[in-house]
Design a binder for this molecule. Structure first.
Ligand code: MN
Length: 250
């Protein structure tokens, strides 16, 4: 059986006939192309459902989306903060904490990267142009295709999981975010930074697979297949996790 990779969705309340749970299909295609079984995880409303969800997965991908509510990292909202959804924050923070308890492999992309940092005790810039002096333009105008490259990142540690997947040194990535990691949570280490110093990738310091990426590799895999290695790394970790949990049950 393929490794079961949950992918979180967002509530789309802009449709005329009711609320939908939605996800850009590039996440699904990238996980499938890497050999995983993509399973969509909706916004869950109670702790037991969150626990059951984590117990039924081999890995979890936290997808992109709106801003995490600053109250979650002890700040009041500042001008420049975008839309947020408290129900999604609650659900995803619960999923991250339950996943960490079990050592379930976790990959966070864009909002997912920021969400993991907040769930584990870090904080965010609410709006980079206003809060990070000398910040690059991380957010192209509306209409930019997601597979267009934007800026470089420097992969610091050649032994990081990210460098093992993508190679060390400098690479170009896409960029669709106006927020970013301000204070990195305890237990996380930066593995790539943009020229303005912003953390574009981090990993967990423990043994379990935990990776956050501020850019969007899922949107690049079709045009630049090298980025598929990130998803392969997640699926391989999920396969190892699955073997370990099956052994424990026996
Ligand atoms: Mn960026």
């Amino acid at each position: 059986m393929r490794a079961r990779i949950g992918i979180t969705t967002f509530i789309d309340d802009t449709r005329p006939r009711g609320r939908y749970e939605a996800l850009n299909e590039s996440y699904i295609r990238s996980v499938a192309a890497a050999g995983g079984l993509p399973l969509l995880v909706p916004v869950l409303e109670d702790k037991a459902a969150i626990e059951d969800c984590i117990a039924s997965l081999d890995g979890l991908l936290l997808s992109g989306g709106n801003d995490v509510l600053p109250l979650r990292y002890g700040e009041e909202p500042l001008t420049g903060l975008g839309l947020s959804c408290a129900a999604r924050d609650e659900s995803e923070i619960g999923l991250v904490l339950a996943a960490r308890e079990r050592g379930l492999p976790l990959l966070g992309i864009c909002r997912g990267h920021q969400l993991i940092n907040v769930a584990l005790g870090g904080s965010l810039y609410q709006d980079l142009p206003r809060q990070l002096p000398g910040a690059l333009d991380h957010s192209p105008p509306e209409g930019q295709m997601m597979d267009e490259l934007r800026h470089t990142i420097e992969l610091g540690d050649a032994d990081s999981r990210l460098a093992r997947a993508l190679g060390s040194g400098k690479i170009a990535v896409n960029s669709f975010h106006h927020q970013g990691v301000k204070r990195l949570a305890p237990g996380l280490a930066a593995t790539a930074t943009a020229q303005d110093g912003l953390v574009e990738a981090f990993e967990g310091e423990g043994g379990a697979f935990l990776m956050g990426l501020q850019f969007h590799p899922e949107a690049l895999t079709a045009r630049y297949p090298a980025f598929l290695a990130v998803f392969r790394a997640l699926v391989e970790a999920a396969e190892a996790y699955r073997r370990g949990s099956v052994t424990k049950l026996i």
